[in-house]
Design a protein around this ligand. Structure first.
Ligand SMILES: Nc1ncnc2c1ncn2[C@@H]1O[C@H](COP(=O)(O)OP(=O)(O)OP(=O)(O)O)[C@@H](O)[C@H]1O
Length: 251
């Protein structure tokens, strides 16, 4: 589903991502970890076709995001860490707007709206202006909109931050179900216990370089640690020589 080959991204003189290679198959739940400023958002924006790589290619579902952006974007949904809604629309109007943006067939859109309404328990507030929503209500509405057109790739940035324990639990179940159903889930997070619990594989980016990419057990072996993902993450990022150009990536 995702094929990132030899990708670098520069902002002027600033190298945000350096020689990134990453392949993620259909139905994988992948956690993308890294300290602040490591290059996670830049990578996500390239996957969404919002930024183009300076060198290298990013493919989603086989489509090059630079040359076939319309095709690749149809496959992707992105849930940012700050859920964005139009304040003067109700949740229902926002879902309808999203269905229209994706040019969904009206009957199919109706069916899908009904499905996500139930799935995300939107009933109590679907006809209220979104300006009155709490963070959790916003997050549920944004997820519902993101899944309306059944994307092949769901990218979620810090999806659990600000949610109550019940909502976090439901979201974890949902993300696993999506992956099981064949949707690729790309999760960017600083919440390492969620990554440890959910991810099939974990990639660690540091100073723009992918310094490790493996299962949690694989990372433990490479880091020579039998601790939590947090222990392993600290060890890998502290030991990483990635500040030096040409440093070897683990994994
Ligand atoms: N528009 C921009 N212009 C210049 N530099 C930028 C721009 N956007 C990001 N950067 C720089 O690129 C690097 C990577 O930033 P990015 O936002 O991708 O990191 P991140 O891993 O998402 O960080 P965080 O966890 O803090 O959100 C940082 O050094 C950042 O300052």
């Amino acid at each position: 589903m995702i094929d990132i080959a030899n990708v670098s991204k520069r902002y002027g003189n600033k190298v945000a991502v350096e020689d990134l290679n990453l392949a993620i198959p259909d139905g994988e739940l992948f956690a993308f970890l890294g300290p602040n400023g490591a290059g996670k958002t830049t990578t996500i924006k390239m996957l969404c076709g919002l930024l183009f790589p300076t060198t290298g290619t990013v493919r989603v579902g086989g489509f090059d995001v630079t040359t076939h952006g319309d095709e690749s974007r149809k496959l992707v949904s992105y849930v940012p860490d700050q859920p964005f809604l139009y304040e003067k629309l109700t949740g229902r109007e926002f879902l309808q707007f999203t269905a229209d943006l994706y040019a969904m067939d009206p009957d199919h859109a109706k069916e899908r709206m009904e499905r996500v309404r139930q799935q995300f328990h939107l009933d109590e507030f679907l006809d209220t202006l979104t300006e009155r929503y709490s963070h959790g209500m916003r997050q549920r509405t944004v997820f519902a909109a993101a899944l309306l057109h059944e994307p092949k790739l769901l990218i979620a940035d810090e999806p659990t931050v600000g949610l109550d324990p019940k909502s976090i639990r439901e979201l974890k179940v949902l993300l696993r179900q999506l992956a099981k159903g064949g949707t690729t889930v790309f999760l960017s997070t600083h919440t390492l216990d969620i990554a440890q619990e959910l991810a099939d594989r974990v990639g660690v980016i540091h100073n723009g370089r992918l310094i490790a990419c493996d299962t949690v057990d694989g990372l433990r072996k490479k880091a020579n640690s039998d601790g939590t993902l947090e222990d392993v993450f600290m060890k890998i990022t502290e030991e990483s020589p990635s500040l030096e150009p040409g440093a070897e990536a683990m994994g």
